[in-house]
Design a binder for this molecule. Structure first.
Ligand SMILES: O=C(CO)COP(=O)(O)O
Length: 229
């Protein structure tokens, strides 16, 4: 379902399913079901970024924003093993992550992907690793810059608690370049308290993975994540 159907001025909680076994197939549907339930009962905007195989069915079964984890900015045509923006749009995606720490791109590829996403009127989330790269990403004019210190990704240690300074500096850097660009932060986000700290530091939401994807019951974690909004 496309993003214009959602109130995107509200904070965005975006759950990246990565290629975790606990985020594939039936389990991807279970997490999407949990996201939709908690979004409905709380009024929060909760999106998920499943793998490509699960993208199309999840887009069509759930009324939540669904993002691809990566997209190529190339035009459709004689290329093999790439993912054009048109393909994720046809699948029903709201947008895509670009340049995740686990799927790094060159600057030229990031720019191409952001332009392609804009051309298709989808939402772009460019991931960055520090305040300098956040400023560079903001110069490309994406919808979101998502700052995630790589050393804290998957660590269980929350960026909001361990390194609020990097969030503060990134917010300032992005605002100085382009105040229209929204900001997410991530790495180790696991509770409503983490989300509240991130929002209080001036971000527009969070990008997270393991705390939800690996939870025995994702509903419990998602309810906690939205509890202080
Ligand atoms: O990389 C991330 C989200 O894209 C963060 O992962 P964790 O929430 O597992 O630290």
């Amino acid at each position: 379902m496309h993003e214009e159907h959602f109130h995107m001025t509200a904070p965005l909680i975006l759950v990246n399913l990565k290629t975790y076994k606990e985020g594939m197939g039936n389990r991807a549907h279970q997490i999407a079901t949990a996201a939709q339930l908690v979004a409905r009962e709380s009024g929060a905007v909760i999106g998920i970024a499943p793998g490509y195989i699960d993208l199309h069915p999840i887009c069509h079964h759930f009324a939540i924003p669904v993002y691809a984890q990566h997209v190529d900015g190339y035009e459709p045509g004689a290329r093999t093993g790439h993912m054009p923006v048109e393909a994720i749009k046809l699948a029903g995606a709201a947008g895509s992550l670009v340049n995740h720490s686990e799927r790094r791109l060159t600057l030229a590829e990031i720019e191409l992907a952001v332009r392609g996403i804009q051309t298709q009127k989808l939402s772009s989330v460019v991931c960055t690793n520090n305040d300098i790269t956040s400023a560079a990403a903001a110069a490309l004019g994406p919808d979101y810059v998502a700052i995630e210190p790589p050393e804290l990704i998957g660590s269980g240690v929350s960026v909001a608690k361990a390194n609020p300074e990097i969030i503060r500096r990134s917010v300032a850097a992005v605002r100085a370049i382009n105040p229209k660009v929204k900001i997410l932060t991530g790495a180790g986000i696991q509770s409503g308290e983490c989300v509240k700290i991130a929002i209080d530091l001036g971000t527009d939401g969070v990008l997270l993975a393991s705390s939800v994807v690996k939870a025995p019951d994702p509903v419990v974690i998602l309810r906690d994540l939205v509890s202080k909004l």
